[in-house]
Design a protein around this ligand. Structure first.
Ligand code: PRP
Ligand code: ADE
Length: 183
């Protein structure tokens, strides 16, 4: 079993959560096992250094943007290892000060995201990270917030992708999902 197959075997899979018809994919069990969690972070770091930077012809990542809520469990770790800033994208009404807002539709509802307006400087290189891409609505809205501040998203990173929903087609930059869920 390779690393990705091993991480996939640890996922929690919950049919009909949070509503009927959705098969909820839970990556949290990976975090209960320090060796597995380190494997996940190391895999992302290897991907970023050997693919993301090379393919985008960028020398470094300036900012890691993490999405509310589970992107917050991954983004700061990657940001520290990359020597990059961490910027949170939060659900509307949670961040103080002047904010930029983008609305989106999700697999199970609608929502709005916000980013503090002075978070990203024009021209900075950005990766956006979240636990999972479903319809791609959340990641697309995050990408819009980055673009509004003049940042350049070079890749969207996810632990889990739901390829049958084609979420990556909504995005303005390449995406990488470590694990493909089949339902
Ligand atoms: O690709 P999409 O269709 O936009 O869906 C993906 C989003 O849905 C989940 O978050 P959720 O909405 O459950 O919010 P939470 O992280 O606050 O639980 C997941 O963590 C992603 O952020
Ligand atoms: N199937 C799913 N599992 C976990 N989080 C999700 N967010 C949207 N769809 C999801």
């Amino acid at each position: 079993m390779n690393d990705v197959e091993y991480l996939k075997s640890l996922l929690g899979v919950y049919p009909d959560f949070p509503k009927k018809g959705v098969v909820f994919q839970d990556f949290i069990p990976i975090m209960r096992d320090p060796v597995a969690f380190e494997t996940l972070i190391t895999h992302f770091m290897h991907h970023i250094t050997s693919h993301t930077l090379r393919n985008s012809q960028s020398s470094k990542i300036d900012v890691v943007v993490g999405l509310d809520a589970r992107g917050f469990l991954l983004g700061p770790i990657l940001a520290l290892r990359l020597g990059a800033a961490f910027v949170p994208v939060r659900k509307q009404g949670k961040l103080p000060g002047k904010c930029t807002t983008a609305s989106f539709e999700k697999e199970y509802g609608t929502d709005s995201f916000e980013m503090q307006s002075d978070s990203i400087k024009p021209g900075q290189t950005v990766v956006v990270i979240d636990d999972l891409i479903a319809t791609g609505g959340s990641a697309k809205a995050a990408g819009e917030l980055v673009a509004k501040q003049g940042g350049k998203t070079i890749e969207y990173l996810f632990v889990i992708g739901l390829p049958f929903l084609n979420g990556h087609e909504k995005l303005d930059a390449p995406s990488y999902s470590m694990i493909q869920a089949s339902d």
